[in-house]
Design a protein around this ligand. Structure first.
Ligand code: NAD
Ligand code: TYD
Length: 353
């Protein structure tokens, strides 16, 4: 038995791979293009593990993916591979269309060709699990109910539009070709191995380096935070027991305004690694120009997953954030490895351009 994971050198995919190898005795093929967001250091602890095979490649490479499917005959494909950063999608949307839309289309077609040739038993047990985002639903007003699975798709950024397109393709491959798909739409993740262009790791590292902590606009935008290990347990559960063709929202019931998140990180650092001058890290907070088209609020209603599949997150935001801050304090080598020249160029163009 085997599974094929795409994007398993990224933040969520990497955490998923590490957890999977610890929970299952099954071969995992990890296909990743190693863009700026993919990092083999994340996989150090499973390098050389007999159940982990890393393959450097693109989900859009039908020949390579077709070969991998024929060789390993996986019972499932879990698609994490994507361009994932909203700010980058505003600066350069082309890569988002290429991977998230065209890449997902090519992957679906390659998987369909493989699936059609499987034995009847294999065909029945096969699953294609597509990992998506709550951002496809658009934005909420302060009093609106949280996103349920039947909320209309109203994406507002090039990133969320490209993910919405990929979700539609996955849906169509189920309805038209009967490909056994599952889709998850989850809220903002945080935790270990998070690339420091995203809010939480960026603030932790900027604080420690004595840099400004950039808060977009008024900092009152709300995100619903999910600890990455809770996301991984939800994905394992959906893969195991999800109904074919269904979508499942995954969220942590942790709505927080960005400014509050930044202040919480500052307080944790004040406690765990106080500044030598005794001043709070909160002094480094700076309000900066807002993101164009910035969605005001995301919130996930995760009742379906809870009721139908019995999944619940294990972490509160307070416990998960503490673990995350401690992880970054304890892993300076990983941080140094990912904050390469191209990462520094991004920071300069985004925050000082
Ligand atoms: P990430 O940017 O950290 O990692 C993406 C990985 O995909 C990288 O390792 C990259 O090298 C790889 N990749 C990119 N293009 C590829 C291609 N064409 N072929 C093969 N590999 C490719 O992203 P993440 O935060 O781990 O997100 C994983 C998935 O979860 C994405 O689909 C994203 O849309 C979704 N998601 C993320 C969040 C979040 O908060 N991070 C929330 C909801 C949904
Ligand atoms: P981010 O981590 O980029 O995730 P997403 O855009 O997918 O929600 O951003 C989370 C929130 O934090 C979002 O509302 C934008 C805001 N933000 C800042 O205020 N400052 C920053 O430097 C970054 C990267 C994000």
């Amino acid at each position: 038995m085997a599974i094929l994971v795409t994007g398993g050198a990224g933040f969520i995919g990497g955490n998923f791979v590490l957890d999977w190898i610890n929970h299952h005795d099954e071969l995992l093929i990890n296909l990743d293009k190693l863009t700026y967001a993919g990092n083999l250091q994340t996989l150090d602890s499973v390098s050389g593990h007999p159940n982990h095979v890393f393959v450097h490649g693109d989900i859009g490479n039908t020949e390579l993916v077709g070969q991998l499917l024929l060789e390993h005959k996986p019972r499932a494909v879990i698609n994490f591979a994507a361009e994932s950063h909203v700010d980058r999608s505003i600066h350069g949307p082309a890569a988002f269309i290429e991977t998230n839309v065209v890449g997902t289309f090519r992957l679906l077609e390659t998987v369909r060709t493989y699936w059609l040739e499987c034995s009847p038993v294999r065909k029945q047990e096969f699953r294609f699990l597509h990992v998506s985002t709550d951002e496809v639903y658009g934005t909420l007003g302060p009093q609106d109910p949280a996103f349920r699975e039947d909320h209309p798709y109203q994406p507002n950024s090039p990133y969320s539009a490209s993910k919405a397109a990929s979700d539609h393709l996955v849906r169509a491959w189920f309805h038209t070709y009967n490909l056994p798909v599952l889709t998850t739409n989850c809220s903002n993740n945080y935790g270990p191995f998070h690339f420091p262009e995203k809010l939480i790791p960026l603030v932790i590292l900027h604080a420690l380096e004595g840099k400004d902590l950039p808060v977009y606009g008024d900092g009152q935008q709300v995100r619903d935070w999910l600890f990455v290990k809770d996301h991984c347990s939800a994905l394992r559960r959906v893969l195991e027991a999800g109904q074919i063709g269904e979508t499942y929202n995954v969220g942590g019931w942790n709505e927080k305004a960005n400014l509050d998140v930044v202040r919480m990180i500052c307080s944790l650092l004040d406690e765990l690694r106080p500044r030598t001058d005794g001043i709070s890290y909160a002094e480094q907070i700076r309000f900066v120009r807002d993101r164009p088209g910035h969605d005001r609020r995301y919130a996930i209603d995760a009742h379906k997953l809870e009721k139908e599949l019995g999944w619940k997150p294990a972490e509160t935001f307070e416990s998960g954030l503490r673990k995350t801050v401690i992880w970054y304090l304890e892993h300076p080598d990983w941080v140094q490895g990912v904050t390469s020249g191209s990462y520094r160029q991004w920071l300069t163009s985004q925050y000082h351009g």
